[in-house]
Design a protein around this ligand. Structure first.
Ligand code: NAP
Length: 247
């Protein structure tokens, strides 16, 4: 029997990450679901993943911390086998506002989770996938990387532009090892993230600025991620796939 891919999804307890875990389970992956705080939500998603026929392990850890990232991959390999897929998804924005008003601690946190965290996970995944003979990574970026998000969160947009550069550079480094690295850049998607940044109505309010006239759903991002991880994307690497309703 062919071995099921083992794919680690950071931030799998809610939103885009949760939808991705469910979609990957339906497409034959076993799933390692990483989360930061919300064990109850993580377990609820894991139950649904298992109900879809996949093995699923939940692992708590802060992706901005090297020791916790190493533990995440160690536990994953010990329980489910070598990780051959990574979805770097765990991200934060901090409160909405102009850069002149932003607190240093919020800027630091956004850079540490969105950029350092992605780098730490990519580094470890690159080592494990090279040893396993190949693999695929998808970094969840944002349309903000090219829009810049003035007045909302230029610091967040800057980290996502960094994610795009990471994706292009790492794809070139790792191509010879049989490891593909791509990104998905979502537009405004209906998740808890907007309430966390202090504006729960943001998806509805910004719909008019989107050519398709609505916010996206987490499942619409999960589909793009699953495609990039699949054999159908076997010649695709270094791509930043924009899934933003035309924005
Ligand atoms: P969300 O609903 O707020 O969920 C965030 C997830 O990340 C949760 O599972 C959370 O875990 C986890 N997380 C947060 N900080 C973490 C850390 N330090 N270590 C480990 N896990 C952490 O977010 P979302 O809207 O689905 O966003 C997912 C990704 O898509 C992010 O990278 C975001 O920047 C990107 N994105 C979102 C949108 C959008 O409109 N929603 C648009 C473009 C890009 P807990 O549940 O345990 O807290």
């Amino acid at each position: 029997m062919e071995r099921r891919p083992v794919t680690l999804v950071t931030g799998g307890s809610r939103g885009i990450g949760a939808a991705t875990c469910l979609r990957l389970a339906a497409e034959g992956h076993d799933v390692v679901l990483g989360y930061a705080r919300d064990e109850k939500s993580a377990e609820a998603v894991a139950e649904r993943v298992r109900a879809a026929g996949a093995r699923c392990l939940t692992v708590r850890g802060d992706t901005s911390r090297e020791d916790e990232v190493e533990r995440l991959f160690d536990v994953a390999a010990a329980e489910l086998g070598p990780v051959t897929g990574l979805v770097n998804n765990a991200g934060v924005t901090g409160p909405l506002g102009r850069l002149v008003d932003a607190r240093t601690e919020d800027l630091r946190r956004v850079v540490e989770v969105n950029l350092l965290g992605y780098l730490l996970c990519c580094r470890r995944a690159a080592r494990d996938m090279a040893a396993a003979g190949g693999g695929a990574m998808v970094n969840v970026s944002s349309a903000a990387a090219t829009l810049g998000s003035p007045g909302e969160y230029v610091h967040y947009a800057a980290t996502k532009a960094g994610v795009d550069a990471l994706t292009v550079g790492l794809s070139k480094e790792l191509g010879p090892d049989g490891i593909r690295v791509n990104a998905v850049a979502p537009g405004v998607i209906e998740t808890d993230m907007h309430a966390a940044m202090g504006d729960p109505d943001r998806p509805a309010r910004t719909a008019g600025a989107t050519p398709l006239g609505r916010p996206g759903q987490p499942g619409e991002i999960a589909g793009a991620i699953a495609w990039l991880l699949s054999p159908d994307a076997s010649f695709t690497t270094g791509a930043v796939l924009r899934v933003s309703g035309g924005r």
